[in-house]
Design a protein around this ligand. Sequence first.
Ligand SMILES: [Fe+2]
Length: 413
Amino acid sequence: MPAALKEAPSDLLGPERQRRLEAFRRVRAETERRAAPLSPEDQAIQSMPDASPIKWHRAHTTWFFETFLVQPNVRGYTVYDERFAFLFNSYYVAAGPRHARPKRGLITRPNGAEVADYRAHVDAAVENLIAEASSAAWPGIARILDIGLNHEEQHQELMLTDILHAFAQNPTNPAYDTNWQPPKANPKDGYVELPEGIHAIGHQGEGYCFDNEGPSHRVLVGPVKIARSLVTNAEWLGFMNDGGYANPMLWLSDGWAASQAEGWQAPGYWQERDGAWHQLTLAHLKPIDPAAPVTHISYYEADAFARWAGKHLPTEQEWEVAARQGALSDAFGIVWQWTRSAYSPYPGFVACDGALGEYNGKFMVNQMVLRGSSLATPAGHSRVTYRNFFYPGARWQFTGLRLAYYAERFSLT
Ligand SMILES: [Fe+2]
């Protein structure tokens, strides 16, 4: 703990700084809690270019605070290790050159203990800054601090999805946590009907949001019906047993090409054992629960399933309007839900200046929006306006779907 905090009782910080300090400690501790069950060997592995080693996540989130919060705001601060900017910058071109993403698993040094030391050093610098920043500088510092905390929470989710992908490459089906239990779904029957209407979507008012959640604006939605519940494993088995993976008529061209190239016959991490389907979870291989929401499916699979079912995926606007009405069961905390919306800027979106303007805006092409949150999303990180995004072939996240359909044909003639 920095000397300033040892000397000053924390209640002298004032409620806003105290709240930020507690949030900072909570988020940083959660990263370490998620890493704790993993051995140094587990933490070093990178199983594919999209996934990063756990050790890298722990260092990169630290580099983020050091680079965007501490360095610009602490006069005379000396970077902990000049080599780390190259190793742990992810994609911020404006922040300088960086190590190739697919080669993150080759970085055995610094080792895990050295990364822990790096974290502790930057933690102390951030806590000191929270205590000592001038009133004039504080609003800007608080803004970057909030971005850093939300950024680290995003990486906490990736830590679980990335290690699960790594474990899926191991024929012994390792467990991240043998006591882990899947969240219980709370399905409800039927569809909610959204009549045609103009609705406000996007973030407004108080509370944190990423820049891609705004500006708030009005959209025309409906008439459309959206499933109250997520698609289940039992329903997915119906698609599989009906030859869904073998019928090109159900698939987008790119999706069919991906399914053939990658040999998709079932959702990600499914394995057939003694004639019964199992899925690798965070707690070993488990028999498929027919009632549980399906997960580890790509956008292409979700789209093919919806076509097979005679329906489609909701747009992200339809999803948000229905979620705001409280009409969607299991909107949060089980699986991210693919929408049929391409990830693009909202009307009036402007990325912020500087390197942090690269956070979201430069990815607004060729990816699809997912709404809700998953079982791996940290507590408090979910919002009705949250826009997650992945490439349509990605299936290592906890991704599922809910269906929608138009009860009327649209025509202006
Ligand atoms: Fe990052």
